[in-house]
Design a protein around this ligand. Structure first.
Ligand SMILES: C[S@@+](CC[C@H](N)C(=O)[O-])C[C@H]1O[C@@H](n2cnc3c(N)ncnc32)[C@H](O)[C@@H]1O
Length: 274
């Protein structure tokens, strides 16, 4: 099956190809312009930092700062931490963090990132969100950014997140991929996501808002947001990226803001476990 054939909340995917893809393509690698910089060093993290979401998307910075203020001294689980950029920001703001990712490569890089920043997380380890090893009601909050659409079973992932949250705990889930959206239409033109130099991950689930919200069973939704409704610059090079940058982006961005919001690429939800 191709990615375009695999959409919808009821589709469940094998975890092995997903893990293999992300192990070979940890998020951030595609932004490395200077290949002489050693991965895992302070220079490496500084080199790619401007391209990471906390620095690139103002709404993520705002959300993280608001949540960190609420979670002082509390225990937050990050799902799909990649190289740990968001966990670094929570740790800097006095939140206790357990950082996890599906792949050993990401976990190793996140560990090095915390070391070079002189930060001490509670734990850093490999975890599959669809089958977490933590006890029920362990965490005050769970943060996942740009992850659940790629896990292969969003419903199962949310059920596990709910299980490990304490009653009253916060699920702060950013960047479900939205359908319909401008990126959904681009993705229909080919398997390739313009953000990636080589290939797409095996799963990129595009869901309607209704499908996403229906999966928050046992939660009280306290905030939703449509984000990334403008077509932003991408680091990618090549023909498709050139068409995106010089044709699609300037034309699409002429659409007035209120209308463009209906075509937002990303949908975020904050919900409290009941
Ligand atoms: C697009 S990257 C986002 C990384 C990070 N949140 C960031 O913003 O830098 C998606 C991440 O989700 C992780 N991931 C994919 N499926 C997962 C699963 N089932 N359980 C935990 N992590 C998963 C991948 O390994 C990858 O690091």
């Amino acid at each position: 099956m191709t990615t375009t054939e695999m959409r919808g909340p009821s589709v469940k995917h094998d975890i092995m190809p997903i893990a293999a893809y992300w192990d070979a393509h940890p998020l951030g690698r595609q932004y490395v312009k200077d290949q002489s910089i050693e991965p895992g060093t302070a220079a490496f993290f500084e080199h790619i930092r401007p391209w990471m979401s906390f620095y690139k998307f103002p709404w993520i910075k705002d959300r993280l700062e608001r949540e960190a203020a609420l979670l002082q001294g509390r225990h937050l689980l990050e799902i799909g931490c990649g190289m740990g950029f968001d966990s670094v920001e929570f740790l800097r703001r006095g939140v206790r963090v357990t950082a996890t990712d599906l792949t050993p490569t990401a976990v190793e890089l996140a560990r090095k990132h915390f070391e070079v920043e002189g930060l001490e997380p509670v734990d850093v380890r490999v975890e599959n969100v669809r089958d977490l090893s933590f006890d029920d009601a362990t965490f005050d909050a769970v943060w996942a950014r740009g992850v659940l659409h790629a896990t292969g079973d969003t419903r199962e992932a949310l059920a596990e997140i709910r299980r490990v949250l304490k009653p009253g705990g916060r699920a702060i889930i950013s960047h479900f991929y939205r359908r319909p959206s401008w990126m959904y239409w681009i993705s229909l033109l080919g398997r390739e996501n313009i953000e990636f130099r080589e290939e797409d991950p095996p799963v990129n689930d595009f869901l309607t808002e209704r499908e996403v919200l229906a999966m928050f069973e046992g939660f009280r939704v306290v905030e939703t947001a449509r984000e990334h409704y403008r077509a932003l610059p991408v680091a990618r090079t090549g023909l498709k990226a050139a068409l995106y940058s010089w044709v699609f982006r300037p034309v699409y961005n002429l659409i007035p803001g209120p209308l463009a919001r209906h075509l937002a690429y990303k949908f975020s939800v904050t919900a409290i476990k009941e």
